[in-house]
Structures are given as C-alpha cells and as structure tokens.
Design a protein around this ligand. Structure first.
Ligand SMILES: Cc1cc2nc3c(=O)[nH]c(=O)nc-3n(C[C@H](O)[C@H](O)[C@H](O)COP(=O)(O)OP(=O)(O)OC[C@H]3O[C@@H](n4cnc5c(N)ncnc54)[C@H](O)[C@@H]3O)c2cc1C
Length: 265
C-alpha cells in the first residue's frame, strides 16, 4: 500500500484548501482498506475530494486506487474509488467517486445516484454488510447510515448525454478555477445561489476566496485561501442571508480537520 507522510492536503481538495496530514493511506485492495478501518475506525475516508476542504489531520484514507468496475448479472459493481463519470453522464467532468457519490447522493440534470443504485457493500464497525438502497436512506445530498462504502451495485450505466451535460456544466460553473461545487444545499423550493445573489454577495471577495461571478453558490480559491478563511466566509454568507430572509443555509460542502495549527495553508 502506498503512504504519504507529512502530506499537504491542499493538493487533494478540488478547492485547493488543506493543511497537513501526518499520514495519507492509499489502499490498493479492499482487504487493505478494511484492515485500516479495523485498526482505527475513526480514520476519515475520502474519494475524489470534490466536496471537501481540509484543515490539519493526523490520518486520512484516500480510495482512488480502488476503482474497478465489473459487469455482473444484476448490473454493475463499482469499487468505492471508481469515477462516477465512467458510469453516469450527469457526473461528466466531475472527478467524484462512487463512495463520495453515495454518501452525498450525487445529483444533477434531474438525476440522482439513488435512481440507479441497488445496494452498497459497507464496512460498519468491523463488519462488512450489503445494504439495499432503502437502508442507505438517501435524500437530497445526504445519506443516513453509519459506515464506509466499499463498493456499490448499480442497475445500469447511463452515458448517452456526456458531452451535452459537460458543456452545460462548463457554461454554468467557474470552470477551471478551484472549487468544490455547491457550498450550500438548496432550501426546499428555493435556490441557495439566488438567495446569496439577492443578498448582494455574488462576486464578493474575502481574502483569497471569491463567491463566483458565474454562480453565487460556488466559492473559488484565487490562490492561498485556508480552511479558516472558508469557514469564516461560510459564516458571513449564512449570517447575511439569514438577516435578509430568516433562512439559515445548510452547508453541503464538508470540512475535515482541525484548525488548531492555523491549518489549511
Ligand atoms: C466541478 C464540480 C462540480 C460538481 N457538481 C456536482 C453536481 O452536479 N451534483 C452534486 O451532487 N455534487 C456536485 N459536486 C460536489 C461533489 O462532486 C459531490 O458531492 C460528490 O458526491 C463527492 O464525491 P467525492 O468522491 O469527491 O467525495 P469526497 O469529496 O472525497 O468526500 C465527500 C464526503 O464523502 C465521504 N466519503 C468519501 N468516500 C467515502 C466512502 N468510500 N465511504 C464513506 N464516506 C466516504 C467523505 O468523508 C466526505 O464526507 C461538484 C463538485 C465539483 C468540484
């Protein structure tokens, strides 16, 4: 198994925000992954890091080498580190993985992963179980089960509109600038981006961070932003929107780490 010591997590997050990890593990077999979890269940697991930003961490497990996809009688079985865009056109252009996709119930263009998912193999407190999709309790950018996704079985692939969806994404998003997609979830029936824009924050700059001109629910890193900066900006946006509308935005982006050492350089 590959390991990186004193690794800068900045290079992992798609937003290029991260402190230091003492050790990042890159398991190359499922047995290596489950051994790491059996040994220390609290080790955080990431896939494509397209929805996370980091502070400092003692340890991290990255699943990118667990990426096999096999055709089986009931559909397709994909390991947790397999890229979603190899299976689904609605993820085209986003280097997100099956594990992170299940945890977030990745969705776009009217589709959600749960529309295609049959079951997931999950590590739960030392046991390996197969949970049917109903037991994963997937909702809007959420899953409600304890455990680490080892692999998932999907009914079928859908790749027909890859180019069309990629083009739409490129038009809608600050393409090519470091970002992790939507920072906030849309409140029921409303658009978080519109609420942020109406609060006058589109294009707002805080240190090296900027609320994207193209999409107010996306924040881009113009250089050397830290986790501390992003947490502060998130708090500012939530407060401004709340004062104006009485709506408290819920974050979709995930923060992993501790801030103690001024991390996130
Ligand atoms: C350019 C861009 C466009 C995006 N567009 C969309 C979009 O259209 N729709 C959408 O829903 N999201 C979008 N996102 C956000 C992101 O891609 C999704 O949230 C995606 O599901 C995250 O997958 P990941 O593998 O990168 O997960 P990570 O960012 O690595 O992790 C996300 C969360 O899942 C956990 N996790 C990761 N792997 C596992 C595992 N195997 N078992 C248990 N927990 C795990 C992590 O600990 C973390 O809490 C976009 C992001 C970017 C950068």
């Amino acid at each position: 198994m590959q390991k990186k010591l004193s690794a800068s997590l900045k290079n992992f997050s798609a937003l290029r925000i991260g402190g230091l990890a003492d050790t990042v593990y890159f398991p190359e077999t499922m047995a290596e992954l489950t051994e790491l979890l059996d040994e220390q269940p609290a080790r955080p697991v990431v896939g494509g890091c397209t929805n996370v930003f980091f502070g400092d961490l003692p340890e991290l497990i990255c699943t990118k080498y667990l990426n096999k996809i096999n055709e089986i009688s009931s559909g397709l079985e994909a390991e947790c580190g397999a890229l979603l865009e190899k299976l689904f056109d609605f993820a085209a252009g986003v280097p997100a993985t099956v594990g992170g996709g299940v945890i977030m119930n990745f969705g776009a263009f009217g589709f959600e992963l749960k529309d295609f998912l049959r079951s997931a193999q999950v590590w739960q407190g030392g046991a390996i179980k197969i949970l049917p999709v109903t037991e994963l309790r997937l909702g809007y950018r959420s899953a409600d089960f304890a455990g680490i996704v080892l692999s998932a079985v999907f009914e079928k692939k859908q790749l027909e509109k890859k180019n069309e969806y990629l083009k739409l994404r490129q038009e809608k998003m600050p393409w090519g600038q470091p970002n992790i997609g939507s920072i906030f979830k849309n409140p029921a029936g409303l658009s978080a981006g519109k609420l942020i824009e109406d609060a006058g924050l589109k294009g707002y700059k805080y240190k090296d961070l900027q609320v994207a001109e193209k999409h107010a629910n996306i924040v881009v890193n113009n250089g050397a932003a830290s986790a501390r900066d992003l947490l502060a900006l998130i708090a500012q946006i939530r407060q401004t929107v709340r004062e104006r509308t009485n709506i408290l935005l819920e974050t979709e982006a995930r923060y992993l780490g501790q801030i103690e050492n001024g991390a996130g350089r």
